[in-house]
Design a protein around this ligand. Structure first.
Ligand code: NAD
Length: 306
């Protein structure tokens, strides 16, 4: 099938495009390269540069290709930018999603698989949050993702656009940007490669649910045939501290000797975030890469990278 991957030049989107290609689909990557890179785009896919928040760009892509399904990953993902410039965040994340949905409605495109977030919707939790856990977004980023989910359900109810919403935990793996505020695995790996010190906020005691990017791409691929009108968490249900991530990564960099800098958590930072994988494990029969393996693969990628 012909698959549109918005944000396909980014970290997760590039893995989604590759999985779709490997499964025999055609992948059209649509990206404005604001945080993504052409280097991430698999040469077997078709790349169109454009902006989801510009309706004429979105219209052009739908009129140029007979698209069967959309994997919508293009987004403004920086929580701090969303707080400082909520209108910019809403323009990309909410208006961008509406532009896609409008074209899907017009062109009778079958389905959208939407990249949402678990952590930013559920907030601080003591045990793995299930999909029906209370939504409590604290920043415009989470608000814009939750609003997009509601727009998707509205278009589904009113205009028969099928969907699967995937709420990711903390995704890590090869190609993650070291500039991203959430990408501690990438940041630490790059620091270890260059023998620089790393800062561990929350004195290293902040806990996250780290999910390997290949598993996230697999969840997108399975959504081609399953998950109609469903919402799933994509995470492991296991909490790992920042300190444990640092120590696990260190195993792959045996010569690294710089001591970590322990600092207080930053304002508004969630201390505990973990999602329940129960629903997706059952419906998709998916299993998640153990953190030791995923961290090892990520370290190898950063070692080889220029
Ligand atoms: N990384 C995580 O841990 C995580 C967690 C939860 C949800 N998500 C979601 O997954 C998706 C992908 O995130 P990522 O980590 O790969 O980030 P990323 O920044 O690597 O990817 C986003 C891509 O979207 C593109 N983009 C941004 N604005 C655009 C616009 N207006 N028009 C067209 N393209 C645009 C960027 O150039 C980039 O290639 C996002 O929707 C994000 O909200 C990520």
């Amino acid at each position: 099938m012909k698959m549109l991957v918005t944000g396909g030049a980014g970290f997760i989107g590039s893995h989604v495009a590759e999985k779709l290609l490997a499964a025999g689909h055609k992948a059209i990557v649509f990206d404005n390269l604001s945080t993504g890179s052409e280097k991430n785009i698999n040469s077997a896919s078709e790349f169109i540069k454009g902006d989801v928040s510009i309706s004429s760009d979105v219209k052009n892509i739908f009129s140029s290709f007979d698209i069967d399904m959309v994997f919508h990953l293009a987004a403004q993902i920086d929580v701090r930018i969303s707080t400082e410039e909520p209108e910019r965040d809403a323009q990309t994340n909410i208006v961008g999603t509406i532009n896609i949905l409008n074209e899907m409605k017009k062109n009778k495109t079958k389905k959208i698989v939407f990249s949402s977030t678990g952590g930013a919707l559920y907030g601080d939790v003591n045990s793995p949050a299930e999909e029906n856990h209370e939504k409590n977004p604290k920043a415009p980023y989470g608000i814009s993702k939750l609003a997009s989910e509601y727009y998707i359900r509205f278009f589904s109810d009113s205009f028969s656009v099928d969907y699967t919403i995937l709420r990711y935990a903390n995704v890590y793996g090869p190609r993650q940007s070291i500039k991203g505020e959430a990408g501690v695995v990438a940041i630490f790996a790059d620091n270890m490669k260059h023998n620089r010190q790393s800062v561990l906020y929350g004195f290293g005691e902040m806990y996250r649910d780290y999910v390997f990017v290949s598993d996230v791409a697999e969840a997108n691929l399975i959504s081609v045939s399953l998950g109609s009108k469903e919402t799933y968490n994509v995470g492991t249900g296991k909490r790992t501290s920042v300190k444990d991530i640092f120590n696990l990564l260190k195993r792959s960099f045996p010569k690294y000797s710089a001591e970590p800098i322990l600092k207080e958590s930053r304002t508004g930072e969630v201390m505990n975030s973990v999602v329940s994988p129960e629903k997706i494990s059952k419906d998709y029969n998916i299993s998640f890469t153990p953190i030791e393996d995923g961290i090892g693969k990520t370290a190898e990628y950063f070692k080889e990278r220029e």
